[in-house]
Design a protein around this ligand. Structure first.
Ligand code: S3P
Length: 218
């Protein structure tokens, strides 16, 4: 007899054992139709962490910058150069709105997109957001490797990053969750995202009720 059937046949005075879902399954169930959106500065690791987080949750990974480039039929530096930043920002907001209306996924957004109020509102409605918070030196080390960020083509990119951070951090802070992105193995950051999502989304993870029922009954 297969083991499963044998277990079913066993008398169980205490009733069926409670089923325990994996952390991933709990998160997915609690997410429902919502997406997970990663926000934060260029170089914070949104795409790298996002791709791994998506794999862990068995969700598709979508990169807003890649989608914008596909929709425009040109690269981001080309959009900035030919049409300017305001045009890029409008397109970015439209593409993110469309992605938020699509299937649940892990969505990495471009570093400036969360600055638009309308985009923040849409993200709050349709997603759980995670700010990947990185220090300026880590950001600089990572962005130096590539020359495809038009905003950093300045005489003093470190000063630009520091100015952008002071403008943006108070806004990034409004994301639902904050995870420090640092130079540790990516899987550790992904694990921290999983734990934070679980604590935020799953009522079982919230622990016992805060009210002391005994003294409340007195
Ligand atoms: C930008 C960040 C970039 C890209 C564009 C503008 C920004 O995306 O959208 O160059 O304003 O911070 P990443 O954050 O993915 O680098």
């Amino acid at each position: 007899m297969p083991l499963g059937n044998m277990n079913n046949a066993m008398p169980d005075a205490a009733g069926p054992a409670p089923t325990t879902l994996s952390k991933e399954a709990e998160i997915l169930a609690a997410l429902g139709k919502r997406l997970i959106v990663l926000v934060g500065m260029m170089g914070a690791g949104k795409s790298t962490i996002g791709r791994r987080l998506a794999a862990r949750l068995n969700l598709p990974f979508v990169d807003a910058d890649t989608e914008i480039e596909a929709a425009a039929g040109m690269t981001i530096p080309e959009i900035f150069e030919l049409h300017g930043e305001p045009h890029f920002r409008d397109g970015e907001a439209r593409v993110i709105a469309r992605l938020l209306d699509a299937e649940p996924a892990v969505l990495a957004t471009g570093g400036g997109s969360f600055m638009r109020e309308e985009t923040r509102r849409r993200i709050a409605e349709k997603a759980v957001s995670i700010w990947l918070k990185a220090d300026p030196d880590i950001i600089m080390r990572r962005v130096r490797r590539r020359a495809d960020r038009p905003l950093l083509q300045t005489a003093d990119p470190a000063a630009t990053v520091s100015r952008l951070l002071s403008e943006r951090e108070p806004v990034y802070q409004r994301a639902d969750l904050t995870i420090a992105s640092r130079d540790i193995p990516h899987d550790k950051i992904v694990e921290e995202c999983i734990e934070a999502l679980k604590a935020r989304l799953s009522p079982a993870a919230a622990g016992p009720p805060a009210i002391d029922t005994l003294s409340a009954a007195r």
